[in-house]
Design a protein around this ligand. Structure first.
Ligand SMILES: Cc1cc2nc3c(=O)[nH]c(=O)nc-3n(C[C@H](O)[C@H](O)[C@H](O)COP(=O)(O)OP(=O)(O)OC[C@H]3O[C@@H](n4cnc5c(N)ncnc54)[C@H](O)[C@@H]3O)c2cc1C
Length: 544
């Protein structure tokens, strides 16, 4: 969203439940339509087909990987377009993203996918991407990008700066404090409490609050540290100090990559840098959709029920999926299709509405807890350049909740869309993307366009000296923009694990499980595909 989505830190700790899977070539027979060939597969093994529910980026990444491994796929998508929370639109010379605006390559699978799809030439890097602003005392203040800049910055006080620099010395090793055991309290600690212990309240209010609002629409108190920032949570357990731990683990990973050698996907590209694609984030979706094959992606087809024919004794079984789709005249048609396995990537709130049966008996999902989703509105506005009196170069500005309260600001922040990507607006205009809602302001996310237009214009007036009214306005309301990785997220992950364990051939992937960032969900879909390949292989072995 607004900040570079820190993929490594947003992935929850829980890896997919089943075995860890190597990417060996599958032994089952590839579907006839597949372009991929793999001579190691047994010609006599039956063709395998997999259903994927959801054509968001995780579902498409899973489908792409399965197709590469010679598996026939059918992707069911309830909406009439692929992409889920990734969607680009254009009109009157403007081009804007309505969901994810940028991504990073911090997950290896994201780099691999970009390389495999041949999308390197389409990657579009924002101008002055390291110039990001935080509102302090009512005005945008440049976020320091290195320790020296931090010393000079006015974003936090001298006392907080000292606390940051002294953290490695002051913070005793966690394992010493607790004789190596992680306490219950620590397990369920919020992001706010964790960061306050290490760096103080001002860092929570002015750096962490806007960061988490910018990446997940959440707030530091509602988010669980262990689920929202597992990498930092683990650093404390291992090293005590988060800063010392980050430096030491970076040094040791440098050593590892020297030892490993070889060309890794995305080699030479900076894994932390945010980017989009020429034509917006939709270019990634279009490339995936194209590779998976239009005929394999069933748009406007909502999965209603899933039946596993497994008997509860053997560890395998087939699946029958019933879905609703519209015919050319808009009439609803119900269809049943059979598959060997299922990858579910629909949000859990949608899964809760689906009917599951196992061996003919209902498989009731009453153990699946309610997931809290955060609502968000995106306002895309454009202004004549001459009407923007204090334009800022860079990525965008984030507004800490404290500053929103003190200065009557209503937006979470704004991306300087055409400063980042000048080809996205006519030459005489600036394009902005502002965010409203999230966990601090749930009700405001659902406000009508006229109200939101006023609020955004008022905030931009205060921050950038904008005069007059926008020349262009688009409003996109996401009722369930992000799942909140809150304090109950263990029970959510346990419920997913229970489904995967009790329903043979059922795998779950996507942003309700493995992190919110685009790179994380690509990794999630790709890993689920590998697990399916292993599962199908084990079934082939059982059958032969
Ligand atoms: C406003 C916004 C801004 C964001 N900004 C960024 C950013 O800048 N950087 C970043 O890294 N991440 C960002 N994200 C997060 C990221 O975009 C998402 O986490 C990611 O795209 C989710 O992908 P997914 O495949 O897991 O789920 P989704 O995209 O939600 O896909 C799930 C799909 O399942 C379909 N579905 C649901 N029920 C059924 C059913 N019964 N039958 C068939 N299909 C069904 C849905 O229609 C949907 O298409 C942003 C998200 C939002 C909302």
């Amino acid at each position: 969203m607004l900040s570079p989505a820190a993929t490594t830190t947003t992935s929850p700790v829980h890896a997919p439940t089943c075995l860890s899977v190597s990417a060996r070539a599958g032994r089952f027979r590839p579907a006839r339509a597949m372009a991929a060939s793999d001579d190691s597969r047994s010609a006599s093994a039956p063709a395998r087909s997999v259903a994927i529910v959801g054509a968001g980026v995780s579902g498409l990444a899973a489908a792409y990987r399965l197709r590469k491994r010679g598996v026939q796929v059918t992707v069911f998508e309830a909406a009439d377009r692929a992409g889920g929370k990734i969607r680009t639109n254009s009109e009157s010379g403007f081009l804007w993203d309505e969901g994810a605006n940028t991504m990073t390559e911090s997950e290896l699978e994201a780099s691999r996918l970009i390389d495999d799809l041949g999308l390197q030439d389409k990657q579009q890097y924002p101008n002055s991407q390291h110039k990001r602003y935080i509102v302090r005392d009512g005005a945008p203040t440049l976020l320091p990008s290195d320790p020296i800049a931090l010393m000079k910055s006015t974003v936090i006080s001298t006392k907080s700066k000292l606390k940051l620099f002294l953290e490695p010395l002051l913070y005793e090793k966690f394992s010493k404090r607790n004789s190596g055991k992680v306490s219950d309290e620590h397990f369920s600690e919020s992001v706010g409490s964790f960061v306050e212990r290490h760096f103080g309240k001002e860092v929570v209010d002015y750096l962490i609050d806007p960061f988490v609002a910018g990446t997940s629409a959440g707030d530091p108190e509602s988010l669980s540290m262990r689920h929202a920032f597992p990498a930092l949570w683990n650093l404390e357990n291992k090293y005590g100090s988060v800063i010392a731990g980050a430096i030491l683990s970076k040094l040791s990973s440098k050593g590892d990559s020297v030892k490993t050698g070889g060309a890794l996907p995305g080699k030479g590209r900076n894994k932390r840098v945010s980017f989009s694609f020429h034509g917006g984030m939709q270019s990634l979706i279009d490339a995936l959709h194209n590779e998976v094959g239009d005929s394999n992606v069933k748009l406007g087809t909502e999965v209603l029920s899933l039946a596993c024919s497994c008997d509860g004794v053997s560890s395998s079984g087939g699946w029958s999926i019933s879905a609703d789709s519209k015919d050319a005249k808009g009439k609803y048609l119900k269809k049943n299709q059979s598959f060997d396995a299922v990858i579910m990537t629909a949000p859990l709130s949608n899964v809760q509405r689906m009917k599951f049966t196992k061996g003919g008996a209902p498989f009731v999902l009453d153990f699946l807890p309610k997931v809290d989703y955060l609502p968000l509105s995106l306002m895309v506005t454009a202004f004549k350049k001459e009407d923007v009196k204090r334009p800022l170069e860079g990525f965008g500005v984030l507004i800490p909740y404290k500053e929103q309260q003190k200065h009557g600001l209503k937006t979470l922040g704004t991306l300087f869309s055409s400063m980042m990507f000048p080809d996205r607006a006519p030459n005489d205009q600036y394009l902005y993307t502002s965010f409203i809602g999230g966990s601090h302001n749930r009700d405001l996310a659902g406000a009508p366009t006229t109200i939101l237009k006023q609020l955004v214009t008022s905030d931009l007036r205060k921050l950038l000296g904008i005069e007059g009214q926008p020349t262009f306005v688009k409003h996109i309301h996401w009722r369930n923009a992000f799942p909140l990785y809150g304090h109950n997220y263990d029970s959510v992950l346990e419920a997913i694990a229970k489904m995967e364990k009790n329903l043979p051939g059922f795998f779950y992937a996507g942003n309700n499980k493995d992190g919110l960032a685009v790179g994380s969900v690509i990794a999630s879909g790709s890993k689920a595909a590998d697990l399916v390949v292993s599962y199908l292989e084990s079934r082939t072995n059982q059958d032969s």
